[in-house]
Design a protein around this ligand. Structure first.
Ligand SMILES: [Zn+2]
Ligand SMILES: [Zn+2]
Length: 341
């Protein structure tokens, strides 16, 4: 089968991988759609902390079940499923304490094992969710970043109606976080430094959209809140941590909460620690999508969230390098690129 292998830093090779039969507790899937994640760019450039090369990347996957092992009862050939294929180890302290989503050594397809930039993919049944009728493979792939935003907004930041929320970043996760916060009844200020991404935020319903390099974000937040600051800040930028983390702390109100969602390749950010301490502010992380796919599928089916609005390009597996390059340079107003192997 055809797959795109990251053989070393900045080197992708189209390879022919041997097919194998699924084991008793595994399923063989035909990959129908896999969207490109910002973390794939970090993987490509050799700066993602979890990517082990050589590896086939791709973790935002939607597939058709081709074959199931003898012990698999939940799914049958022909079923449509979405998931990352990630499985917890079942042996570490967190797994044994029942917190499998906080597993210390998960097998993560696309990072530490074969991912979905390939024609076929093998996974265990509990690592995927059935795609309900009425949701396309493309939407199901993009439901993964939307699920990350949902987890951050509803489980970690716990956004409430009436709150003023600053969402830093208008990429797929930032835009999804903005929409989840809007659904929760918050007033949302979205920021980015790329104009077309700001335009997306305007289109998708952010209350105020600012260019973080041209506008005075803190002043705008103070004006909107009567000098108090944002109730909460959700960081969805990653990368530019020297700018975003201090800005988040300065923009949040006394006693307010900053939730960090972005993906980072290194530890570097510093806090305005005096302000942070005296004003009793809090900063927490958000990882993964514990509430799962079902919450997102429900929102799509009830017409509350349009995931196709996040998809700017669909490409073939052969075009993966061009898709990654487009995301790298943010050319052609790229938002989410879906690969259809
Ligand atoms: Zn991702
Ligand atoms: Zn574990």
């Amino acid at each position: 089968m055809k797959a795109y292998m990251l053989v070393e830093k900045d080197k992708l090779e189209l390879v022919d991988l041997p097919m194998r039969k699924p084991a008793r507790n595994e399923m063989l899937l035909k990959v129908e759609a896999c969207s490109i994640c910002g973390s794939d760019l970090e993987g490509l450039h050799g700066i993602h902390p979890k990517v082990v090369m050589p590896v086939v990347m791709g973790h935002e996957m939607a597939s058709t079940v081709v074959e199931v092992g003898a012990d698999v009862k939940q799914f049958k050939p022909g079923d449509r499923v979405a998931g990352t294929g990630s499985v917890s180890c079942g042996r570490c302290a967190n797994c044994l304490a029942g917190r499998r989503h906080e597993c210390l050594s998960p097998l993560s397809p696309g990072f530490t094992g074969q991912g979905a930039y390939a024609e076929y993919f093998i996974c265990t049944p509990h690592s995927v969710t059935l795609i309900p009728e009425g949701i396309s493979f493309d939407e199901a792939a993009v439901a993964q970043p939307a699920g990350i935003a949902n987890h951050a907004v509803t489980q970690r930041a716990k956004i409430l109606a009436g709150e003023l929320v600053l969402v830093q970043g208008c990429g797929p996760i930032g835009l999804s976080a903005m929409r989840h916060a809007k659904l929760a009844g918050a007033k949302v200020v979205s920021t980015d430094i790329v104009d077309y991404r700001c335009d997306y935020a305007v289109e998708l319903g952010a209350d105020v959209v600012l260019n973080a390099h041209r506008d005075d974000v803190r002043q705008a937040i103070m004006d909107l809140s009567g000098g108090k600051g944002a109730d909460k800040v959700i960081e969805c930028v990653g990368g530019a941590q020297d700018e975003t983390i201090p800005q988040a702390v300065r923009c949040v109100k006394n006693g307010g909460l900053v939730t960090v969602v972005g993906s980072f390749a290194e530890d570097r950010a510093t806090l305005p620690i005096i302000n942070f301490k005296f004003s009793e502010k809090a900063i927490i992380g958000s990882q993964g999508m514990a509430p799962g796919y079902a919450a997102i599928f429900d929102l799509v089916l009830s017409g509350k969230m349009d995931l196709t609005a996040l998809i700017s390009h669909t490409i073939s597996l052969d075009e993966l390098p061009q898709g990654l390059a487009m995301m790298d340079t943010k050319s052609d107003n790229v938002m989410k690129v879906v690969v259809r192997p």
